[in-house]
Design a protein around this ligand. Structure first.
Ligand SMILES: [Zn+2]
Length: 462
């Protein structure tokens, strides 16, 4: 679906005027915060019982919560490439760790920069995700200032302080990503009686065995989840420090979007403490909270399924900038207006893929082969996951998301017509992307030593 400006909100038309020649000081700022591996259902504003996200919840109370946000490939670089380009991975070409975003592809930052905004990407990640050189993933394309650092909130505050005028700032926080080791003051959810040294020892096991052959005791797993929640709290505190550092006048002129790049498996489907090679909802569904000027006239929750590709066109429209035709996500501005009636949901179907298998213990591993990628199609009621097998037919997993939101009961065998229909949607999706035919059988670009070093630091390979 191509994107067009909604142009429905008269107050926002004012900002279009400013972009076309008005005072730059009238432009709205945009603060985009991504939190690595943050599960939607571990945030207070999505109903989690623990106080993991007080600051994000506060933003949600002043803005909107998107209930069902889906990523097309649940791995950092691929999903964030979709975020900054509003393109499906099969179109932006960043399909694997080690791929580089093509310089010819227009990014969200390109548009803000052209409109006179100060732009910065300040990210925490062991891989070169924003670097624009040959070894970088090039997701920093369009940002004037690019920084990869282990103290992103502090660096962002410093940048904001010395940057007058309108800004587009992207911050990526790495906290909830494995290994879960939050700062001591954020370990408030953990059992103080549990032997932390035992957990540290468990972390030394090969990652593949932890992910796919997990033999931890229930208390070990509980402790890891408790620490994961502590990591979320740590990220939330960084968001708060950042928000507190904005002076009040600037804060009222700033749209803030907080979302994740993907979720995280915590053992629900025998997939522990990882993401990328599994497509259940705890992995592909992310939180997205949006707050800012004029948000009191919108819905508090948007319940339809949306895509991470929709973030960029929505932010542009809110800021009063035109949305380019190259963006394939849906501009949600008109849809989130409380009085707007929708004839049909923005995405009746969302399709996507897993990453290639990087973990040898993955029982479905086709190492380094694209044809081994799992595929999914998701409606607001049904979800089909297709798992290729090396020998024999593909495995089909069909879930009724309304009756079975945690995806426990595979209904494929009792719903052959439904499976057939959803398989057809996956086929249409793949055929609509010209790259697919060659991509399906191509081997990946060989990883260089930097990639291998980074994957080791992430624990994917030993
Ligand atoms: Zn990630």
């Amino acid at each position: 679906m191509r994107i067009r400006r909604a142009g429905w909100l008269l107050p926002f038309m004012f900002f279009i005027g400013t972009w076309c020649g008005g005072s730059a000081s009238d432009q709205k700022n945009v603060l985009l915060i991504t939190i690595d591996a943050l599960r939607y259902d571990h945030c207070g504003c999505y109903g989690y019982e623990r106080p993991t996200t007080p600051c994000i919840d506060s933003l949600a109370s002043r803005g909107i919560v998107f209930d069902q946000v889906i990523v097309p490939i649940p791995r950092t670089v691929q999903a964030l490439a979709t975020l900054v380009t509003s393109l499906d991975p099969l179109d932006h070409g960043v399909l694997s760790l080690g791929n580089r975003l093509d310089d010819k592809i227009q990014t969200l930052a390109d548009i803000f920069f052209s409109a006179g905004y100060s732009t910065a990407a300040i990210v925490e990640h062991p891989m070169q995700i924003v670097e624009t050189g040959d070894n970088g993933a090039n997701l920093g394309k369009g940002f004037k200032r690019i920084l990869r650092t282990n103290r992103p909130a502090i660096e962002a505050m410093k940048w904001l302080k010395k940057t007058p005028g309108s800004f587009f700032l992207w911050i990526h926080l790495f906290d909830p990503h494995w290994k879960y080791l939050p700062p001591a003051d954020c370990r408030i959810f953990s059992d103080p009686g549990y032997n932390h040294l035992r957990y540290v020892k468990l972390l030394k096991k090969p990652k593949g065995r932890i992910v796919y052959q997990n033999d931890w005791s229930p208390s070990d797993i509980r402790y890891a989840v408790d620490l994961y929640d502590g990591e979320i709290l740590s990220a939330d505190r960084k968001v708060k420090r950042l928000m507190d550092s904005l002076d009040p006048a600037r804060k009222t002129d700033t749209y803030v979007a907080v979302l994740a790049d993907h979720g995280e498996g915590l053992g629900e489907h025998d997939y522990y403490f990882d993401h990328g090679e599994d497509l259940h909802d705890e992995i592909i569904r992310i939180p997205w909270v949006l707050a800012g000027p004029g948000m009191d006239i919108i819905r508090k929750r948007y319940r339809h399924q949306v895509s991470i590709a929709d973030v960029a066109p929505t932010l542009l429209d809110l800021a009063g900038l035109p949305v380019p035709d190259t963006f394939s996500g849906v501009n949600l501005v008109s849809r989130i207006h409380a009085g707007h009636e929708e004839l049909q949901p923005p995405h009746p179907y969302i399709c996507g893929l897993s990453d290639i298998s990087r973990i040898p213990q993955n029982p479905h591993a086709f190492m380094s082969e694209n044809r081994g990628r799992q595929r999914f199609v998701r409606t607001e009621k049904w979800k089909l996951i297709v798992i290729p097998e090396r020998d024999g037919p593909e495995e089909m997993m069909l879930y009724d998301l309304e009756l079975d939101p945690t995806e426990r009961l595979n209904r494929a065998s009792s719903n052959p017509e439904r499976v057939k229909h959803l398989l057809e949607k996956i086929r249409e999706f793949l055929e609509s992307h010209g790259r697919w035919a060659s991509f399906l059988n191509n081997s990946e670009r060989p990883m260089d030593t930097d990639d291998i070093k980074a994957l080791k630091s992430l624990g994917y390979i030993n």
